[in-house]
Design a protein around this ligand. Structure first.
Ligand SMILES: C[C@H](O)[C@H](O)[C@@H](O)C(=O)CO
Ligand SMILES: [Mn+2]
Length: 427
């Protein structure tokens, strides 16, 4: 390790120690954090099962940066490259459309064997897997409804798909010895104000009850449900609203998934964590960055990301919270997007571990709001960067922005060649 990194770390340790903060202990805590890195940033949410289907479900990817993965092999290579630049051991979050198989199963026919190469790869890389049924970009979701569809046959199709997804998840968990979280998100909703808000919600509830009927080992598999305020084409009404899934999750012991982009523009998920954690079985986060709408920009270290980190640490919520990422930007290098978003999420947690939480809580209880504000503000300039650099170096990943050069090399040697070469045969 470069001596300057070590020196910076030692100096930082002394400064933090004055407030009773054990920096080595903070890094041990950070090392335990697993971020669920979403595979869909690598190929603009296309997947491999239905490459000719356009992206639907009221979500959208913009940009045409070269080098998107076209096969599972390419996607895994890109993820490996990203993980070489991110400290720690993490998880990969797969959607059902990312099955790696020569067969052509429909979504309701998916089985664990269609994901076997992902399991073998995750095992070899020491990664965990998470999972999602894909209730969009499919012939049977083209009118915008899935689990709450008025047609029982279409509903049945999506129920079977979600049931299959849970079994795949349990297989992942059992094979990898790490719990697989499977998150159900459906786009169902109306563009304009509906007459009947109730019936679709009754149908969604009944469908979910069927989906979750089969008991599965919680050591292998956990269910999560994700709400949304609106989507493109469902601006007026989304069946699976926050209130819907909060109620469903609390009543049925499901993890409640909070996506940072799924609320009103000034509403933050950080402020919801302590309340929900008191009552919910557990939480799943989709760390994202909405800009004016659910735009899914790459996560940056903004106030909301820092507040999410602080809430998780100060409230002791890390034990019951699963942290996933959810953004998709096709206007920049996709490997860089993963690296930036994941490193920022880890940095935000590190900053939270390096705060004098006990001292701040005491000041608050004593009614000393002056000290609370003064300390909080001064700590924003404390040398967390020196601690982060040391952490990266000790984990064998590039320090500061040196990772960018590695991404540039990968772009030159691998990604840029994809545009010239014909897509590999299995497409
Ligand atoms: C692709 C994801 O499942 C999707 O982004 C979902 O989690 C979501 O947030 C939809 O807006
Ligand atoms: Mn999401």
């Amino acid at each position: 390790m470069e001596p300057t990194i070590l020196q910076g770390y030692e100096l930082a340790k002394q400064l933090y120690a004055k407030h009773g903060i054990d920096v080595d202990q903070a890094l041990r805590q950070l090392e335990k954090i697993k971020i669920s890195v979403h595979c869909w940033q690598g190929d603009d949410v296309k997947g491999f099962l239905f490459r000719d289907q356009e992206l639907t479900g009221g979500i959208s990817v913009t940009g045409n940066y070269p080098g998107a993965a076209r096969t599972p092999q390419e996607l895994r290579m890109d993820l490996e490259e990203a993980f070489r630049l991110i400290p720690g051991k993490h998880k990969v979050n797969l959607h059902a459309i990312y099955a790696d198989t020569q067969e052509k199963p429909d979504l309701d026919e998916l089985e664990p064997r269609h994901f076997e190469p992902w399991v073998a790869w995750a095992r070899e890389q020491g990664l965990g897997l998470d999972f999602n049924p894909t209730c969009f970009s499919h012939e049977k979701s083209k009118d915008g409804f899935t689990l709450s569809h008025p047609d029982p046959d279409i509903r049945k199709f999506w129920i079977e798909h979600c049931k299959a997804s849970r079994r795949i998840s349990a297989y992942f968990g059992e094979q990898l010895g790490q719990t697989c979280v499977t998150n159900v998100w459906v786009p169902d909703g109306y563009k304009d104000v509906p007459v009947d808000r109730m019936s679709p919600r009754i149908r969604l509830k009944e469908s979910l009850d069927e989906v979750f009927a089969e008991p599965l080992n919680p050591a292998h598999h956990l269910d999560a449900v994700e709400s949304k305020l609106f989507g493109i084409g469902s601006e007026a009404y989304v069946v699976g609203s926050h209130e819907f899934y909060m109620g469903y999750g609390l009543q049925n012991n499901k993890l409640i998934c909070l996506d940072a982009g799924h609320f009103h523009p000034t509403e933050t998920i950080s402020n919801k964590l302590s309340s929900l954690a008191l009552f919910a079985e557990g939480l799943l986060l989709h760390v994202s960055r909405p800009m004016r709408w659910d735009s899914d920009h790459v996560v940056v270290m903004d106030d909301e990301l820092l507040d999410i980190g602080r809430e998780l640490v100060r409230g002791g919520l890390l034990e019951k919270t699963h942290i996933g990422l959810d953004f998709f930007d096709a206007s920049i290098n996709r490997v860089a997007a993963w690296v930036i978003g994941t490193r920022n999420t880890l940095k935000a947690l590190l900053r939270a571990f390096l705060e004098p939480v006990d001292e701040l809580k005491k000041a608050e209880l004593d009614g000393d709001y002056t000290a609370r504000l003064a300390l909080t503000e001064e700590f924003k300039a404390y040398p967390f960067g020196a601690v982060w650099d040391y952490y990266c170096a000790s984990q064998g990943v590039p320090v500061r922005e040196t990772w960018l050069e590695q991404v540039r090399t990968y772009e030159r040697e691998v990604l840029s060649k994809r545009e010239q070469a014909a897509a590999p045969a299995q497409l």
